[in-house]
Write a protein that binds this ligand. Structure first.
Ligand SMILES: NC(=O)c1ccc[n+]([C@@H]2O[C@H](COP(=O)([O-])OP(=O)(O)OC[C@H]3O[C@@H](n4cnc5c(N)ncnc54)[C@H](OP(=O)(O)O)[C@@H]3O)[C@@H](O)[C@H]2O)c1
Length: 276
């Protein structure tokens, strides 16, 4: 049986595919832009949107790695059930378990995806990571150009996790029995401030990175330039909420995979070329 990986261009999806290949699986991938997936040639990549999955993409599929797509996942789950899919591993988020603003789009997106998976009647596993280390790729342009990170709340904490660790947890859930009906909180091994993240990137690239605190309005303008203006206020709220407040971390990556979660310093070393 085949494992289907959705959102092939995503950082986590790419790592899930690589790790499934290493485990001897032959995953199929669906993406809106197959040419941009940068996956090995032997991987079957089907062009498609989750809202209207092309029928053959689900043929012979037993398990799916699913993103909480902004367009909703209900239609995809109906098609998956009809096609005989047995198990869905959803990339959700830790925010679904924290009491917060009911209008928060990050909570809403993941809570409604979890609800749709529960309503589908398919067997499920929820992966609930905190912050992604790849969020700091938003700083890559200014680090490359000027050796600078401009951001608000330098002392705001995050429990940043390496995409390869999220993917490793996903691969266990997709390929081993016993993960059905389980929701796994996931985090990196330490709570780390934004200033410390910039320092770690500087160490990885061998030149110092200066942290320049931004005002909320400057941050909104930067986010708009990155095409994420709609999330600026939500993210400002999350950053303010963690200002000077370390986050608890969990050891689920180690429990699931047998190896400790990778540090942010390791992530920065793995991604040094993005910042040079
Ligand atoms: N960032 C965080 O801190 C955080 C925390 C908890 C949970 N999450 C969840 O994780 C998701 C992000 O995961 P990720 O980092 O693996 O994904 P990503 O790189 O942000 O991409 C997510 C998906 O967006 C689609 N996409 C649309 N336009 C794209 C473009 N220009 N470049 C790349 N992909 C594009 C891709 O699907 P197609 O290939 O089908 O187009 C891709 O799979 C979030 O959306 C959220 O649901 C994030």
């Amino acid at each position: 049986m085949t494992i289907l990986v959705t959102g092939g261009r995503g950082n986590v999806a790419r790592s899930v595919v690589e790790q499934l290949l290493s485990a001897g699986e032959k995953p199929r991938v669906i993406s809106r832009d197959p040419a941009a997936t940068r996956l090995p040639e032997e991987v079957e990549v089907v062009r498609g949107d989750l809202a209207e999955p092309p029928e053959p993409v689900l043929d012979g599929v037993s398990a799916v790695f699913l993103y909480a797509d902004r367009g909703g996942v209900g239609g995809f789950l109906d098609a998956a059930r009809s096609a005989g899919v047995e198990h869905v591993v959803l990339l959700s988020a830790s925010v679904v378990t924290t009491p917060g603003d009911p209008d928060d789009p990050l909570i809403g997106l993941h809570a409604s995806a979890e609800r749709a998976v529960l309503d589908s009647g398919l067997a499920w596993t929820f992966l609930r990571p905190g912050g992604f280390a790849t969020n700091t790729l938003a700083w890559a342009g200014s680090i490359r150009a000027r050796g600078v990170v401009a951001a608000p709340y330098p002392d705001s904490h995050a429990d940043l996790i390496h995409e390869a660790d999220i993917a490793a947890a996903a691969v266990r859930a997709l390929t081993e029995p016993g993960h059905e009906g389980r929701a796994y909180p996931l985090s990196g091994p330490q709570s780390i401030t934004q200033r410390e993240q910039a320092e770690a990137i500087g160490e990885a690239i061998g030149r110092p990175v200066e942290f320049v605190p931004q005002s909320p309005d400057e941050y909104r303008a930067t986010m708009a330039e990155l095409g994420m203006g709609h999330l600026a206020d939500t993210l400002l709220q999350h950053l303010a909420g963690q200002d000077g407040r370390p986050l608890p971390v969990v050891n689920t990556v180690e429990v699931l995979t047998g190896r400790p979660a990778r540090s942010f310093a390791q992530w920065a070393a793995d991604h040094a070329s993005d910042f040079r």
